[in-house]
Design a protein around this ligand. Structure first.
Ligand SMILES: O=C(O)CCC(=O)C(=O)O
Length: 304
């Protein structure tokens, strides 16, 4: 991604889904339905032909290089859109459950305006990385319907922010120490309600990020460990950088757009939105664990 101020619209690397991928996908979905199965019983192996589709390889390469890629032209009018979307995503990684109900595909829409989970409201979502039951390596967001107004996406790669953070050594050192994160109670049995992680880590030369300020405040409250002055100052500095940096990209997703994001490399945010149409903004989300090709791709790109 090239640097531009985030008040202007910029577009991530974009790929239009070719007919070949759409045909392979439609065949796989038809076969699952013909076997009288649905999203809950479909298997990644039902969609294995997609791994040979050229577009899936291109998406993987763009994700490793840029940390984000937008794919347009996903068929959203099909009543089996959730099954097709999940199936397409399994070509890029192993699917992960997203919450206590082990949802394979979660809905992002204004269904519960007072929810603690911002994705179920129309509120602005501050910069964060995805987490709850587990932490995905990659997430995919499909826009089924846009909002009447608002809802623009914002993205920032941690690698583009590290120089600015390192120029404030106390901030950088603090962000590399552990913070407590609340999982918002959205966990399956046996999963701890709070987890500990640094915000910024560097492994084999690759910077990665885990961030959600609201969850950090709740996590520290839950374990009875108030944030120190240095921790508060480090969070303020990171938020200030995200609010002002030229490395932030802002754009609006259209119906049929899928955004694939490396959740370890890129922070994302959303602006507030408004729905006046009877059927409001509706997005679908899938979480993935990266397979080796993606991890190795990231390391290779970082070592150039
Ligand atoms: O609604 C959006 O555009 C983004 C949603 C989001 O940030 C999330 O689900 O984590």
């Amino acid at each position: 991604m090239t640097s531009r101020a985030h008040s202007t619209e910029t577009t991530p690397v974009s790929i239009r889904l070719p007919k070949e991928d759409l045909d392979v996908l439609a065949r796989a979905v038809r076969q699952v339905r013909a076997d009288d199965r649905d999203l809950s019983s479909a298997q990644p192996s039902d969609f294995q032909d997609l791994s040979r589709c050229p577009c899936v390889g291109l998406i993987r390469a763009a994700l490793a290089r840029e940390g984000v890629v937008k794919v347009s032209g996903f068929p959203v009018d099909d009543e089996r859109v959730e099954l097709g979307f999940w199936g397409y995503c399994t070509g890029l990684g192993d699917p992960l459950p997203q919450n206590r109900n082990l949802s394979r595909v979660d809905v992002v829409a204004n269904v519960d305006p007072r929810s603690v989970r911002g994705a179920k409201t129309n509120r602005a979502l501050a910069f964060h990385t995805d987490m709850a039951n587990t932490t995905p390596d990659v997430f995919a967001l499909l826009t089924v319907r846009q909002a009447t107004a608002g809802g623009a996406s914002k993205l920032a790669r941690i690698a583009d922010l590290t120089d600015a953070l390192m120029s404030q050594p106390e901030v950088y050192v603090t962000l590399r120490q552990p913070f407590m994160f609340d999982r918002s109670g959205d966990v399956s049995d046996g999963v701890e309600p709070v987890f500990e992680s640094p915000i910024v880590s560097v492994r084999q030369g690759v910077p990665s990020v885990v961030y959600n300020r609201a969850r950090i405040h709740r996590g520290h409250r839950l374990v009875g460990q108030p944030l120190t002055a240095a921790q508060q100052a480090a969070l303020d500095a990171l938020d200030e950088l995200l609010a002002t940096s030229d490395a932030v990209h802002r754009f609006t997703l259209q119906s049929g757009d899928v955004l694939f994001v490396d959740n370890r490399a890129v922070l994302h945010a959303r602006e507030e939105f408004e729905d006046t149409a009877p059927q409001g903004r509706h997005l679908l989300r899938v979480w993935l664990q990266a397979r080796n090709e993606l991890r190795e791709g990231r390391r290779e790109v970082a070592s150039r």
